[in-house]
Every structure is written in structure tokens, then in C-alpha cells.
Design a protein around this ligand. Structure first.
Ligand code: KG4
Ligand code: ZN
Length: 331
């Protein structure tokens, strides 16, 4: 079985071909980062227009690199939601129409299910069941994963997502978009400087997160401290450590609650080195194992959509004829 996957939920156009026997046959990605940089964030209308420009050439390229023609394709998967509605509709229109023209099933994939299953693309893929920490620009959640489609959200952010907190805090520090990776880079130069940043919502039971207070705490710290490079790096480090610690505390709690020994981290923030190291160390201490996708599959990509689409197709979850995007869609 072979599926082409299309991702257009935000500012990356991704297309990939996945085969259940041969694995990932191709994946191509176009990032709009430069287009949005001047605006300090994603401009939805510009994102949609750029997806329109790039999607068909990328589909052709992905098929050609996979040595695939439409005859070899068993289904067309696309991100149906959640995300920016205009951007989603580009992938949905093209994906649904191609499936119709090729007389193949169309599969509408949940973007976060794509992230959640991204570690399955790696050689050392986790077995079910596992706990998943999904941390992206739009979502932060802890999910109990029993199998494909058997997901229970144990906790999520009550305000900003982890990636959003990174991006907004980076902006406060005068860093360019996309702020998350830039803040992480700055934090590498930081030293422990004695700042006592809060670990929000860790002093009470439960698995929800809150990150907006951390952003305000950082803003106040920046205002109170001298504005030199080393101080900024130290503050970036303190912020990053606070986010990582908070995530680690909640993961530990969720592992205890579920009795699981496997932890998956996925979504853009899972590319963060300090987070990976901290969770790896924690899992070693707990006698479990941590899994994450390779760097390029932490952030948005077509490969995770092709993979999730194939699993959904196998389970018979296919779309009707309507073209539909779902900007809000619980997992
Ligand atoms: O999963 P993703 O590509 O898009 C969404 O589905 O939202 O995640 C993007 C988010 C952004 O907020 C970005 O700043 C963050 O992931 N991010 C990072 C790092 N790399 C990407 N945050 C912290 N450290 C990183 N190294
Ligand atoms: Zn994403």
C-alpha cells in the first residue's frame, strides 16, 4: 500500500510518498520562513498564496523522486486540520481533487496525529502503548496512545502552546521570527545566573500546562536587568530551563499515572536539544525509553501526513467528496 501525503496547515508546504513495505520513498519540503520574517510571524493570507504556488510542483517532485506514478498510489492524504483555514484549504482542495481525478480514496489527516506518529518513520520506532508529549507552535499536550486512533488526551495547555511561548518570548528578547530555535541558540551561551523562574502549574495535581505567565515573568526580568548579550543569554537559558523542567515534571507524572515506560516527544519543540537531553536523562533514571523523530520531522512535514494517512486508510477512514478543512479539531 502506498500513500502520498500533503501538509499545508501553516507555513510549510510538505509532500511525501510512504509505502508500507518499502518505507518512506520521498519527501520534499518548502518552508515559507523568509516570506513571513519581515512580519515577525505567519501572515495567513500570504501563507495560503504561497502554498498555492508551491504545491503542484512539489507533488510532481515527490512522485518523481519516489519513482511513482498515479498507478502505484493507493490513496491521497492531506492535513484536514487543525491549522490556518486558508492554508488547510489549499492542501484539501488539491488533495481531494487529485484523489477524485485519480479515482483513489482521499484521507483527511489530523495534523497532531501526524506529529504523534512521526517517530514511527524512524528505524528505532516505539511500540504501543506509549505516552506522547506533543509540543508545537499551536499545541502542547500529553496523550496516552494505546494504538493507532486510540488516543486519550491527559493534559493540554490552558493558554499558550510551548512553541508559542518560545516564539513570543524570543520576540520580547528582540530575536527574529521564527523565535523558538533562535532563543534556544542564545540559551546555549547562557550560564546559570541564579534566576528563579516559575514552573507553572507543577505545584498542584493535574497534567495541564500554562506558559503565558512565564512569558510575562521573562518580560519583567528583561526590564529589570542590564541589556548586555551575556545577560540576555542567561535569561534565555533560565526561560528554556523553566519550560523544559515543567514539561519533564508533567511527563513524569503522566508516566506514573499510566504505568507506561515509553515516552514519545514530537512537534516543533521536540527539536529542542535541552528538552531531548533532559527527557532522555529522566527516562534512563526511570528505566524507560524516549523516542523522537529526526530533526526535520519534528517540525511540519509531508512524511508524517503520508504515514498517518496510510494507517487511516488501512482502518477504512476515508473522506467523502466534499472539500473540507477543520481549523479547530480535537485529537
Ligand atoms: O510543529 P511545528 O513545526 O508547527 C506547528 O504545528 O505549530 O512547530 C513549530 C514550533 C514553533 O513555535 C518553533 O518556534 C518551535 O516549534 N521550535 C522550537 C525549536 N525548533 C522549533 N522551539 C524550541 N526550540 C527549538 N529548537
Ligand atoms: Zn505542526
Amino acid at each position: 500500500m502506498r500513500v502520498i501525503g500533503i501538509e499545508t496547515s501553516c507555513d510549510e508546504t510538505g509532500v511525501a510518498v510512504y509505502d508500507d513495505k518499502l518505507g518512506l520513498l520521498s519527501h520534499v519540503l518548502y518552508s515559507q520562513v523568509k516570506l513571513h520574517a519581515d512580519y515577525g510571524g505567519v501572515v495567513p493570507e500570504l501563507a495560503s498564496r504561497d502554498h498555492v504556488r508551491k504545491i503542484v510542483p512539489l507533488i510532481k517532485q515527490a512522485l518523481s523522486e519516489a519513482n511513482s506514478s498515479l498507478n502505484d498510489i493507493d490513496g491521497v492524504a492531506y492535513t484536514k486540520g487543525p491549522g490556518l483555514i486558508g492554508a488547510l484549504l489549499v492542501g484539501a482542495c488539491v488533495g481531494r481533487s487529485l484523489a477524485y481525478a485519480w479515482n483513489k480514496p482521499a484521507i483527511g489527516v489530523h495534523h497532531m496525529e501526524g506529529h504523534l506518529l512521526a517517530p514511527m518513520l524512524e528505524e528505532n520506532a516505539p511500540e504501543f502503548p506509549f505516552l506522547a508529549l506533543l509540543v508545537s507552535g499551536g499545541h502542547s499536550m500529553l496523550v496516552q496512545v494505546e494504538g493507532i486512533g486510540r488516543y486519550q488526551v491527559l493534559g493540554e495547555s490552558v493558554d499558550d502552546a510551548a512553541g508559542e511561548a518560545f516564539d513570543k518570548t524570543a520576540k520580547l528578547m528582540g530575536l527574529d521570527y521564527p523565535g523558538g530555535p533562535r532563543l534556544a541558540k542564545l540559551a546555549q551561551k547562557g550560564v546559570p545566573a541564579g534566576y528563579k523562574f516559575p514552573r507553572p502549574m507543577t505545584d498542584r495535581p493535574g497534567l495541564d500546562f500554562s506558559f503565558s505567565g512565564l512569558k510575562t515573568f521573562t518580560a519583567n526580568t528583561i526590564a529589570a536587568e542590564p541589556n548586555d548579550d551575556q545577560t540576555r543569554a542567561n535569561i534565555a537559558r533560565a526561560f528554556e530551563e523553566a519550560v523544559v523542567d515543567t514539561l519533564a515534571i508533567k511527563c513524569k507524572r503522566a508516566l506514573k499515572q499510566t504505568g507506561y515506560t515509553r515516552l514519545v516527544i514530537a512537534g516543533g519543540v521536540s527539536a529542542n536539544t535541552r528538552l531531548r537531553e533532559s527527557l532522555a536523562e529522566m527516562m534512563t533514571k526511570l528505566g524507560g525509553q524516549v523516542y523522537y523523530p529526526r530533526g526535520e520531522f519534528c517540525t511540519d512535514n509531508g512524511a508524517m501526513i503520508a504515514y498517518a494517512g496510510l494507517q487511516r486508510l488501512r482502518a477504512g477512514h476515508i473522506e467523502g467528496l466534499e472539500v473540507k478543512g477543520q481549523p479547530r479539531w480535537p485529537l
